[in-house]
Each structure stands twice: as C-alpha cells, then as structure tokens.
Design a protein around this ligand. Structure first.
Ligand code: 13P
Ligand code: 13P
Ligand code: MG
Ligand code: MG
Length: 395
C-alpha cells in the first residue's frame, strides 16, 4: 500500500459580506481548479468547503507533506480566487496572501496548512475541523480532551490499543522551538504550556510507538507574527484520524459539545465561545461571530475522499449551540473590558498600538511613594507595553 497525503489548506481571500462568509463564485472557481488538478493527475481527489470567510481545500495526493507542486497549486488557486474577490469588491480581498509571490511553500506566506502523510488503513475515517474568528490555540483544549482525557475519550480506559496514551508535539510560536509530551505521565507539564493558547499550540499528535506518522495535525500560522501587524486572524484548520486505536469519531467530536472560550472574536481582539455548527450555518454575524467550528467527516477509499459528512450539524450539538449563545451574551456584557477584550499582550498584535500612539503624549509621570515598586514600563502609555514581548518573557 503506497503512502497517501491529506492536505488541508485554507485562506481568507475576501469576505461576503464583511467577514461573514465566502461568495458562491469563490466556491465555484475553487471547485473548478480542484477538478482540473484531479484531471491533470496532480491530486488524487479534492473538495472545497468554507467556514465563515475562509475557503478550505481538502486534497489527497501522492507528493508527501510540504510538496512544492501541491503548495503551488493551493497558492495559485487562492490568487485566482482573489481575482474573483477583487472583481466583486469582496471585503479584504486577498487578505491572507501575505507574500507578493509564491516561494516554494505556502507556510509562512499566509494560508493555514495541516498535512499528514499516511499509509491508508483498510478503513480510514478522519475529520477535518475548520474554525473562523479564532486562532490555532483554539484546538489545544479539544485536542487535549480527545487524546489525553478519559472523561472525554472512553477508549483511553477501555481500548487496549489506546491505553498507553499518545505523544503530543507542542510548538512555541514566539521562540520557534518545540517539545514532545508523552501522556498520560506528562499531562501536568503539557497543560502548563498549552493553557497559554496564544503562544503554545499542539502541532502534531502521535501514537507513542510511531513518531513518524501523526494521527492529528493542526495549522499553526499566526499572521500577525508573520506580518508584524494586524492582518486578520489565523482561523485554523486541523485533521484528526479516528477509530481503530485512535479516538472514535464520536470521541473526536465530544469536546465540541461543551463550548470553551477562545480568542479572536471581533477584530481579532475579543474572547468568545467556540460554537459548533453545521457547514450551512458557518456564517459568523453577531459581533462578527461568535467564533465557530465545523467538522467535515471523510472516509478514504484508495486515496479518494468519500465525504464530507457534516458532523457538527447533528441535532445532538443543538444544546451546545444554545449554550455557546448564552456564553456569548455573558462575554458581550463586558464590552471593551477584559476578559471580553483580549489582555494587553495580545492587543499588541492588533490595531491598538496605533491608538496608543495617538494618546501617547497625554501621559505624564506621577511621583511615587518611596516604598512603592516601579510600575511595569510603558503600561497603557503606548510605549513598551505595545512592543512585542522579549523572547522568552512569558515562559
Ligand atoms: P461499532 O461497533 O459500530 O464499530 O462502534 C464502535 C464504537 O464503540 C464506536 O463508539
Ligand atoms: P477574519 O480573520 O475572519 O477575516 O475576521 C476578521 C475580524 O476580526 C472580523 O471582526
Ligand atoms: Mg476576513
Ligand atoms: Mg476568517
């Protein structure tokens, strides 16, 4: 059995209307490009979907991870879609295409990428999750629950093939380093990092006895860290393989039955609940949200994609949707106050530094009592507080 690669690559190439959805012409053009790529033999198979204003391509092929022809195809497709978006004056046309031209790989150029090369099992169920109005750290909590928490995943206890646990690879997006945590024995160390969702993100999950073939993979790009300014958010995507020694499909979906708070709502600057929803409902509108997640279920058949099935559209997630809407009400009550609005460190990557610059001159020193500790430099004055934190500052 030859290896097959699943590539899920997404980009925001322009919103219809505002940042709420994609235009049908974008989906049609993307589908046309994918169909041509299948006909030309570049792809084994491919499908086009969207979550909010982000188009995603789920593709299978024989070129492996990080393959230039596949990344070039995705880039060229997004450039083509940007042309359509510009013709329709869609909002933020070409938003995620940060590079001027393709340079061999779309990673670091704007689009989000999750890829895995596998030996297809006799039955290969997997789920591609896509989210809008949030960031890659949004997957930390659900991935932890799927692969490390027996209260979520019964198989960790009662399936002999899962009982040894999994190894999680965590990336530090600020200091560009990574670490592996073998669970269950490392879960406290793991949680000490992945709770800081803006910086530490789970990149891969492996079976403990096979660190070559991931069983889950996420996109980890942070556009603002690439561009050095606010350029929209890093609405993430991830692939989770299921069954036969891995979480059952229902165990992979279960974390989304209990919505958690994620960052990235309204202007990338607010916290909100991650609302599970059907593909047809993935059109954030209230306060540009709330943030939402869709799940596309597939079976592989000799590399062909049988699917997607709309996994979170099921009625069993209706209560989670209602609960998320209540959580949204609670957060909205705070308006521009934390924790509705993101904390200061995260605002450094938004348009906030420009605002701080405008009022910078208004701030003047105040005499301090001799015994008082010096305040944090630049707090709210538009100075140091809005510069990128020193490497390692938040370890
Ligand atoms: P099946 O027996 O239908 O394969 O289900 C296995 C299972 O327990 C999934 O949760
Ligand atoms: P997107 O990152 O989905 O384009 O959203 C931008 C935003 O912040 C809308 O409020
Ligand atoms: Mg957008
Ligand atoms: Mg988006």
């Amino acid at each position: 059995m030859s290896a097959i690669t699943i590539s899920a690559i997404k980009a925001d190439v322009g919103g219809f209307v505002g940042h709420s959805a994609i235009h049908p012409e974008l989906a049609a053009e993307a589908t046309r490009q994918v169909t041509l790529a299948i006909e030309h033999g570049l792809l084994v198979d491919g499908t086009v979907n969207a979550c909010g204003d982000d188009v995603n391509l789920v593709m299978t092929h024989r070129h492996g991870v990080d393959a230039e022809p596949i990344h070039r195809f995705a880039w060229d497709t997004f450039v083509e879609l940007t042309r359509v978006a510009k013709r329709l004056h869609l909002y933020g046309a070409g938003q995620d295409l940060l590079a001027d031209a393709f340079s061999g790989n779309v990673r670091g150029a704007g689009p989000g990428v999750a890829e895995v090369e596998i030996l297809e099992r006799p039955s290969e169920p997997f789920i591609v999750f896509a989210a809008d109005k949030t960031s890659p750290g949004a997957w930390n909590l659900p991935l932890y629950e799927m692969f490390c928490d027996p209260f979520n995943t019964a198989g960790l206890v009662i399936d002999a093939h899962m009982h040894d646990g999994f190894t999680l690879e965590v990336h530090d997006l600020i200091d560009h380093r990574r670490a592996f945590f073998s669970c269950p024995e490392d879960i406290y160390d793991l949680l000490a990092y992945i709770g800081t969702t803006g910086r530490f993100v789970i990149k891969h999950v492996f079976r403990r006895d096979n660190l070559d073939e991931p069983v889950a993979v996420t996109s980890t790009s942070r556009l603002s860290l690439i561009a050095g300014r606010y350029v929209g958010k890093d609405d993430p995507i991830m692939i989770v393989r299921c069954q036969s020694g891995l979480p059952a499909v229902g165990e992979a979906l279960e974390p989304f039955a209990r919505p958690h708070y994620v960052s990235g709502w309204m202007r990338g600057s607010h916290n909100g609940p991650l609302m599970p929803c059907a593909l047809d409902d993935a059109h954030p509108s209230r306060f540009d949200g709330p943030p939402r997640v869709v799940a596309m279920g597939f079976q592989l058949a000799d590399g062909r994609l049988v699917g997607p099935r709309d996994m979170l559209g099921d009625v069993s997630f209706d209560r989670a949707r209602r609960q998320a809407l209540e959580m949204a009400d609670h957060m909205r009550r705070n308006g521009p106050f934390e924790p509705g609005r993101l904390p200061m460190e995260d605002m450094e990557y938004t348009t906030m530094p420009e605002v701080a610059e405008r009022v910078h001159d208004r701030w003047e020193p105040v005499a301090e009592p001799a015994t008082a500790q010096a305040p944090a430099a630049g707090a709210l004055a538009g100075g140091a507080a809005f510069q990128a934190p020193a490497a390692g500052a938040r370890d």
